[in-house]
Write a protein that binds this ligand. Structure first.
Ligand code: HEM
Length: 492
């Protein structure tokens, strides 16, 4: 139905395209009712409303996003054959979504939490999703620990409140979390808006070049807006005035033509170095020292368009670490391996079977697969409808072995290896602590003490031992801020 009414507005229709004659008055038997069952327009309206909500993301539910462009500024083609990096000046469309981890969809923006930093690059060889955080490390190094960790961040089953006791009980028994806790409780824990924070791929990924050589790589997005932070007191004040400060800031800046920029840089490690570093380069709780693996410039990301429909473009966006493109690959990082499964599984549940065909997720390159039916099957057949299985004799899409990665050498017996064995959980956390100036340290101590309010003493003591193992001054500073003595001298 495309006819115009005399007013010039398009004619309002049902979802099946039939004109709606009256959108204000239900169809009734007599002026007082009751309503007739045949008022299918009313039923359609109410039924659609009942289906307006989809499950929120199980983590990272509250988010803010925008669209933009990635432009290559430096040649890294000796490391990767990924087409998006093939020449200086090349531009790729992107969509970015930032988020907090623990809060629900209606959570206040300026709460202390890790921030998600997701970017979907619509490349000519498929979508590459960089699903990172504003921190270069994470709380765990074995994915077995993820669901329990998230349960400690969400609500207690009985009180339905968030529980500091659960958080610190878990962390105090997971010393590998110390590095990330130190970042979370530092000034980096509350950026005033996504514009003022970095993004990190966090995991080690791989690059494959045209000669089929593999390099290990870490991705860094450095904000050009500069780092800013809110103290606990400032964030309380901000939240008291508005719970939506990130949306206001990001949307407002882009709407006003002040487009935020991030420089993409990489750290590159030759494949064979992974055997030699004193730390496991696939351990997500560790950074690679910049002195050994300096940052290499790649390009710039600009966000320059607000979505026209938040739900369609941001809520329905599906970012997954499994979305890689030729020239970019995975690494043995165990947490990354689990995420390769987890996200697409979440999307099939949260959005539906054919979520990749939704406009925001659909690649901007040809897509040819043999997946068939299921909810939301709204994309066209392959051009030849006889080629609906594979292999076939009807010129259907065929595999392309020329894109294969070089084999990855794997060794060792299959077993459940203790991920704590041989891993140093304290040195890098202590190094970070020692980088802070006195004022930063004082804020760190105060933030931790505030987060530990009400936590039982035996848990506090266990955690103090970890802080002290990273640096005695770290443990002493937190103990003083808490007004307690350190009872246990060595971390368990
Ligand atoms: C969202 C699982 C670790 C960053 C999600 C979602 C799941 C998930 C199921 C919701 C996806 C959706 O509904 O769209 C996991 C598991 C992990 C893990 C199982 C570890 C075993 C991490 C790590 C990072 C990260 C290490 C960052 C380095 C994110 C981000 C989002 C997210 C940024 C939001 C994506 C968006 O903007 O839509 N995660 N996660 N996660 N996760 Fe993870």
């Amino acid at each position: 139905m495309t006819d115009k009414k005399t007013t010039g507005c398009p004619v309002m229709t049902t979802t099946a395209g039939a004109p709606i004659t009256d959108n204000q008055n239900s169809l009734t038997a007599g002026a007082r009712g009751p309503i007739l069952m045949q008022d299918y327009q009313l039923i359609e309206k109410l039924a659609h409303q009942n289906r307006e909500r989809i499950p929120e993301r199980v983590v990272h539910a509250k988010g803010w996003g925008a669209l933009g462009t990635f432009t290559v500024t430096h040649d890294i083609s000796k490391y990767t054959r990924a087409k998006l990096f093939s020449e200086v000046g090349k531009k790729t469309d992107i969509i970015a979504r930032f988020s907090t981890v623990a809060g629900e969809l209606g959570a206040a923006d300026a709460e202390r939490d890790v921030r998600g930093f997701s970017v979907k690059f619509y490349t000519e060889e498929g979508n590459w999703d960089m699903v990172g955080n504003n921190t270069p490390v994470f709380f765990i190094r074995d994915p077995q620990k993820f669901p329990d960790f998230i349960h400690t961040q969400k609500r207690h089953p009985r009180t339905h409140l968030r529980s500091g006791t659960a958080m610190w009980d878990y962390w105090s028994q997971s010393p590998e979390a110390l590095h990330q806790i130190t970042i979370l409780m530092s000034d980096r824990g509350i950026p005033p808006s996504p514009r003022f924070m970095n993004g990190y791929g966090s995991h080690t990924f791989s690059f494959i070049n045209a000669d089929n050589e593999r390099f290990w790589v870490k991705f860094h997005f450095k904000t050009r807006q500069g780092h800013k932070f809110l103290t606990n007191a400032e964030s309380n004040k901000v939240i008291g005035e508005s719970r939506e400060t990130y949306q206001e800031d990001l949307f407002g800046a882009i709407e006003g033509g002040d487009f935020p920029l991030w420089d993409l840089k990489v750290q590159i490690m030759p494949e064979e170095d992974a055997e030699k570093t004193p730390y496991n380069p696939f351990d997500l709780t560790k950074v690679w020292p910049h002195a050994d693996y300096p940052l290499i410039d790649v390009g710039v990301m600009e966000l320059n368009r607000n979505p026209d429909n938040y739900f369609a473009e941001i809520e329905q966006a599906a970012f997954s670490p499994s979305n890689i493109v030729p020239g970019i690959g995975f690494s043995p990082d165990k947490v990354l391996q689990a995420r390769i499964f987890s996200y697409a599984d979440a999307h099939r549940y949260r959005l539906g079977t054919h979520y990749e065909a939704l406009p925001v997720n659909a690649p901007k390159c040809p897509v040819h697969h043999y997946h068939k039916d299921g909810p939301m099957r709204f994309f066209a057949n392959n051009p030849n409808p006889d080629a609906y299985y594979e292999p076939n004799s009807f010129n259907g899409p065929a595999q392309a072995p020329e894109y294969a990665e070089p084999p990855l050498k794997i060794s060792g017996d299959a077993d459940r290896y203790n991920h704590r064995d041989g891993n140093d959980d304290y040195t890098q956390a202590g190094d970070l602590f020692r980088l802070f100036d006195d004022a930063q340290k004082e804020r760190l101590f105060a933030n931790i003490a505030a987060a530990m309010g009400g936590v039982p003493d035996f848990i506090v003591q266990k955690q103090l031992a970890h802080f002290s193992a990273a640096d005695p001054a770290y443990g002493a500073g937190v103990a003083k801020a808490l007004g307690v003595d350190i009872a246990v001298q060595a971390a368990e």
